[in-house]
Design a protein around this ligand. Structure first.
Ligand code: AFP
Length: 326
């Protein structure tokens, strides 16, 4: 079986070597995090630190531990020019790592932290953007998601899986627990055009756009010809819900809170959740929308900016957008 290293080494393009080094670093951090998760309850690593992060959330011990593990792995590459993390209020900038092909790495060290203390699936999400010409001292003019040159995630489930794209398809690898090596088990993933499952936190229904409510009502309505009703699956961790959607088709949705229609508010973070997952799914033939526009067209203006997302099978996402237009 092909290893992740060999797959990355085969990469083409100007930044292939640097990009390969950074994805390998995310894999190395993933191996450490998988190990720490597996023994967390045995070594008192569950629970919170007592701190609150920039998102206003209680910080879990493993959030901090995983953030440090990712920063250390990226630093070891010497190419981590600028880091943007869910767990760091300020960006971390190292001019000495910006020479030549330096990168902006945006990441969520533990996606689905609320699953940690209940042994649920969690993940690490990452996105790589060239730092060419970007001035960290200025506003975070990081441009749109189309600026990403690579994106992916590590999922810590029954198996540890790494999925990444560097702009030529989306590929999945499974970690061999004995060696920590990742092997290509899901080459060139193609998402089904249409699915049978949707994932959304229905507890927020009162805050949704009317088109979103009508679309979910449509998915629930029995109709044999169009394969409805769809089943509802929701794990509390975007990585797990998007991974299922990538392989089986359907949709994962975290729509905007429309309580103030003039200021729709997303929950998930654009730079290290929404934009990377949009690139991963689009590269597998899927689609990613805010409901009204392509996610990858959304320009970032703040580091911890939030955005809405409807991602998955192209036919299902296109239909959701139709409901928003009605
Ligand atoms: P945490 O990482 O703070 O647990 O948030 C997880 C997440 O960002 C995403 O992974 C989930 O899909 C979503 O938030 C869950 O949010 P709700 O608890 O509001 O459903």
């Amino acid at each position: 079986m092909i290893t992740l290293d060999a797959h990355l080494a085969a990469g083409r393009g100007r930044d292939a070597a640097a990009l390969g080094a950074l994805v390998r670093a995310m894999a190395a951090a993933g191996v450490k995090i998988a190990d720490e998760l597996a023994r967390a309850a045995l070594i008192g690593q569950l629970g919170t630190t007592g701190e609150t992060n920039v998102q206003g959330e209680k910080v879990k011990k493993l959030d901090v531990w995983a953030n440090d593990a990712v920063v250390a792995a990226l630093d070891a590459t010497g190419r981590a020019c600028t880091l943007v993390s869910e767990e760091m209020e300020e960006i971390r900038h190292r001019p000495e790592q910006c020479a030549g092909a330096g990168f902006v790495v945006c990441f969520d060290p533990v996606d689905g932290s609320s699953n940690l203390d209940v042994n649920g699936t969690v993940g690490t999400i990452f996105s790589l953007r060239p730092s060419r010409g970007w001035d960290p001292a200025g506003p975070a003019a990081l441009g749109s998601g189309k600026e990403q040159i690579a994106a992916g995630y590590v999922m810590y489930g029954p198996a540890t899986t790494l999925v990444y794209t560097a702009g030529s398809g989306t590929h999945g690898f499974t970690m061999d627990r004995a060696t920590g090596e990742f092997f290509l088990t899901h080459p060139d993933i193609r998402i089904p055009k249409k699915g049978k499952v949707y994932g959304i936190n229905e507890g927020n229904i009162s805050t949704w756009h009317p088109g979103q409510r009508a679309f979910v009502e449509y998915l629930r309505t029995p109709d044999k010809a169009s394969g409805r009703p769809y089943s509802l699956r929701y794990s509390g961790a975007m990585v797990a819900d998007v991974h299922r959607t990538l392989l089986d088709g359907g949709l994962f949705m975290y729509p905007a809170d429309m309580r103030d229609p003039a200021k729709p508010k997303g929950k998930l973070r654009l730079l290290y959740e929404v934009a990377p997952m949009a690139m991963v799914v689009e590269q597998a033939g899927g689609r990613a929308s805010t409901g009204t526009e392509r996610v990858l067209d959304v320009k970032a203006s703040e580091y911890h900016q939030r955005a809405a997302i409807i991602v998955g099978s192209p036919d299902d996402v296109a239909l959701a957008e139709e409901f928003y237009r009605r």
